[in-house]
Design a binder for this molecule. Structure first.
Ligand SMILES: Cc1ncc(C[n+]2csc(CCOP(=O)(O)OP(=O)(O)O)c2C)c(N)n1
Ligand SMILES: [Mg+2]
Length: 339
């Protein structure tokens, strides 16, 4: 009874979303799309090294859940999560500096261009090992539960990532301990050149949650309203102490696995069919119909974002690289010492 009362008090009910909130989500989606397209272009002009993982086409799957989080909530992003970082509050300057591997980036130029994270915002820097963030997010959820903190954790991974052993261990453990966790699987049909049909004999990846004793749901990851609603329910459930949820979001990446992949393993018809299901114009149309957005407001948002991107790129390009002596700083925790 006491537990039930505590749970009810923890629930945050903000359904339905206000016009202001929907406009904020639109702004974040548009920003993510525009920044992503800019960075793709910059990589192709050799303005930064490494590679770039575009998330164009998948924006709703990251922006919507992260828009709904509290600052103290924990995010475990993977390699295609620029939208999660933007929605959680990492600035465009920080993101651009990360892309350019400059000293002014959060990790001072040490990691991959697309590994955005920030301790103060509880966004971990992703590791290259796919789905490893799921293990960390489960650990964070365990800590929140032990400390009786009203915080949840959310992790993102592709359908390919669900084939890793650690991913299964993380979800099994979360189910056993009813942890405050949300797991978002972006099923974009491909893991590099491996189709989803060769990744698992299970058609709906959400079905895997059955094995761990918590709900799994498959949704249209390109429908902003559906993603917002389902994410809100899962986040509320986790915060209320009712345990984890696995959400499989069906979506598609428009470009190659990274910018060095021509993606010639897939057919044009598939790409065109998914481009027609672009989440942003669909959402935009609904906002226009509801009178929340107008062509003038749209133009204003676009030009504001363009200015912010320009400023962020100028900041990154004029920032210095870290000195070689700094190569080992921030690599080992102070408690563990250095080799
Ligand atoms: C354990 C491990 N195996 C392989 C890789 C190389 N790799 C990086 S991303 C990726 C594909 C991941 O596919 P998916 O999880 O579906 O995510 P998507 O790229 O489609 O967003 C692979 C194979 C890796 N980083 N880690
Ligand atoms: Mg995939």
């Amino acid at each position: 009874m006491v537990e039930a009362k505590k749970n009810a008090a923890r629930k945050v009910n903000t359904h339905p979303f206000s016009d202001k909130q929907l406009l904020q989500v639109y702004h974040l989606l548009m920003k993510t799309r525009m920044v992503d397209e800019h960075f793709r272009g910059l990589f192709r002009k050799a303005r930064f090294a490494g590679t770039y993982f575009s998330a164009v086409g998948q924006e709703a799957t990251t922006v919507c859940p992260c828009y709904l989080l509290e600052k103290g909530d924990f995010v475990g992003p993977s390699h295609r999560e620029i939208g999660a970082s933007i929605a959680k509050g990492i600035t465009l300057k920080e993101i651009a500096a990360q892309i350019y591997a400059r000293k002014t980036s959060v990790d001072k130029g040490k990691s991959h261009p697309c590994h955005y994270g920030k301790k103060e915002l509880n966004v971990i820097n992703p590791a290259s090992t796919v789905a490893s963030q799921t293990v960390l997010a489960t650990g964070a959820a365990l800590a929140f539960k032990i400390r009786n903190e009203n915080r949840i954790s959310i992790s993102f991974f592709g359908e390919g990532g669900t084939s890793r052993g650690g991913w299964h261990e993380a979800l099994n453990f979360a189910g056993v301990h009813k942890l405050p966790a949300v797991y978002v699987c972006q099923n974009n049909l491909w893991a590099e050149s491996v189709p989803a049909s060769l990744q698992s004999a299970v058609k709906h990846y959400a079905d895997r949650a059955k094995a761990y004793g918590f709900p799994g749901i498959t949704i249209n990851g390109n429908d902003v309203f559906e993603v917002l609603k389902t994410s809100k329910e899962a986040i509320d459930r986790a915060r209320a102490g009712e345990g984890p949820t696995l959400i499989e979001m069906l979506t598609y990446r428009w470009y190659g696995h990274s910018e060095i992949d021509p993606a010639d393993y897939r057919v044009q018809e598939e790409l065109q069919a998914w481009k027609a299901k672009d989440p942003i114009p669909q959402f935009e149309k609904k906002l226009m119909e509801k009178g929340i957005l107008s062509p003038e407001k749209r133009e204003g948002i676009i030009s504001e974002i363009e200015d912010e991107i320009k400023e962020a790129i100028e900041f990154a390009e004029s920032s210095p690289y870290a000195d070689p002596e700094e190569a080992l700083t921030d690599v080992y925790g102070e408690d563990y010492g250095r080799p």
